[in-house]
Ligand binder design. Structure first.
Ligand code: GLU
Length: 472
């Protein structure tokens, strides 16, 4: 174990967004690379907006992506006593103070400041040096922020960043109802959990100087920071639902593999030469914050789809078969009585960009055709095909459990005796077995379906074909 301690700290106010997933991934990869510790902390202090449903959704998405953590999930809502104690400590040390200004008073002052064209719209410090503490009166607690000087940190992604302290007002650390605020609890927890590097979205950069002041007030070491640029849509606006799905689990529902999303999200803003495809082990070995770009990444759904296609093509058929079975079962397809799933997958891996496409292509293996594409029958099935299909039945009946070569031999025999080319017979077989005109290669289909099932389907189709031909 190294000293690296990082955390992912989602607020459970919605699903896991792909931007959040990328932040989680960067934390995870560095922790694994450096044999550090990855902590999951659920920031649920906003009781109004936090839900159990969101927490579950986030945990589920982390699991799906394979982002296992070493400590947690730790819930901030379990830690209010600690935060209260820390507020009390800062109050006792004079590093925080009670503020009795009412929301209405503050709003009035703000309006006056805006009207007078002032750029100082923050808290004016009315209660900073107040001596009388009307015990029991409603109040917030504010942090006594340094009023001069600068606060600088060297961001691991963005480089040095400085803020003038005079631009920062005295931050509320505890609300009137006694609950602590985000900027305060983040620091208390990061200190308590001995976080050494904070990797988070760059929407938090403006919070960082405020948080640094709190570390200093607590006498705690300030961690390093790495602010990850956000993800934009093609129109350069912040990625939102208008650009497509933003929830990690929506990609699962759309038939994406987690390794495709992981590969895509890491590459979005990080590069290693011109390599595009990385296994998780390679990412753990090669990922570094220094090669993360400073500018926002633009989400490219086509590239994600391309990666998904790659991982489907190269995936382990057994594993993909399990995933396929889930989808088919949810569609009401009984997979138990059909051919082996791994065999089915291996006939479809080259043709599907998503697992949903693969499931579309796989259904026929488990369901006999309910009807036959009439136009295709008209085009592809004539007396010659019917005679050939009859002969094929006979050949396959005697072929038992033929493998690919055995199936091919049976076809060759039929082609030789009928004088048909495969191009004239294949389409008719395909219609008979699947009901339509698209499927993997016909030898593969017959091999996977098995001779007995193929013969049954051919016989069923022949009845329909003969009837059709008669009425034509
Ligand atoms: N809970 C914050 C968020 O979801 C993250 C805070 C942090 O990482 O410091 O944006």
């Amino acid at each position: 174990m190294s000293d690296l301690r990082v955390r992912f700290a989602p607020s459970p106010t919605g699903y896991l967004h792909i931007g959040g997933a990328r932040t989680a991934l960067f934390n995870y990869l560095l922790a694994r690379q450096q044999r550090g510790t990855f902590i999951l902390r659920v920031e649920d202090t906003d009781v109004e907006r936090s839900t159990q449903e969101s927490t579950d959704a986030i945990l589920q998405a982390m699991e799906w992506l394979g982002l296992d953590y070493d400590e947690g999930p730790i819930f901030q809502s379990d830690r209010f006593d600690l935060y209260k104690a820390k507020v009390a400590q800062l109050l006792a040390e004079g590093k925080a103070y009670r503020c009795y200004c009412s929301a209405e008073e503050l709003e009035k002052k703000r309006e006056l400041a805006i009207a007078s064209g002032s750029s100082r719209l923050g808290y004016d410090g009315t209660c900073r040096n107040r001596a009388d503490h009307s015990a029991g009166a409603p109040h917030v607690v504010r942090f006594r922020t340094p009023q001069s000087g600068t606060t600088t940190f060297v961001d691991r992604i963005k480089g040095p960043i400085s803020f003038n302290n005079e631009e920062l007002d005295d931050l509320i650390i505890q609300r009137t109802d006694g609950t602590p605020t985000y900027n305060f609890v983040v620091v208390i927890d990061d200190v308590d959990m001995r976080i050494s590097l904070v990797i988070r979205g760059d929407d938090h950069i403006n919070n960082t100087p405020r948080q640094i002041h709190i570390y200093q007030a607590l006498g705690a070491p300030v961690p390093e920071f790495a602010h990850v640029p956000m993800i934009l849509g093609a129109d350069k606006k912040r990625l939102s639902k208008r650009h497509g799905a933003t929830s990690v689990m929506a990609y699962k529902e759309m038939g994406y593999l987690p390794e495709a999303l992981v590969n895509y999200l890491v590459r979005l803003g990080w590069s290693h030469g011109d390599q595009e495809i990385f296994t998780k082990a390679e990412l753990i070995e090669k990922f570094n914050l220094e090669s993360v770009g400073r500018a926002a990444g633009v989400f490219n759904p086509d590239k994600l789809l391309w990666l998904n296609e790659h991982y489907i093509k190269t995936g382990d058929p057994e594993r993909l078969g399990g995933l396929l079975a889930e989808i088919l079962t949810a569609r009401g397809v009984d997979v138990a009585g059909g051919p082996g799933l791994a065999a089915v997958v291996s006939t479809l891996q080259d043709r599907a960009k998503t697992l949903l496409e693969m499931a579309d292509g796989a259904e026929f293996y488990f369901r006999r055709p309910a009807s036959y594409d009439a136009e295709a029958v008209e085009r592809q099935v004539g007396p010659e095909q019917i005679a050939a299909l009859e002969q094929l039945c006979t050949e396959l009946e005697g072929a038992g459990d033929a493998d690919h070569a055995g199936v091919e031999a049976a076809f060759q025999k039929v082609l030789a005796t009928t004088g048909l080319k495969l191009g004239k017979l294949g389409p008719a077989v395909r219609i008979a077995l699947t009901g339509g005109t698209a499927s993997p290669s016909i030898y593969e289909v017959v091999t996977v379906l098995g001779c007995a099932e193929t013969v049954k389907r051919l016989q069923g189709a022949l009845k329909v074909f003969r009837a059709t031909l008669k009425t034509a």
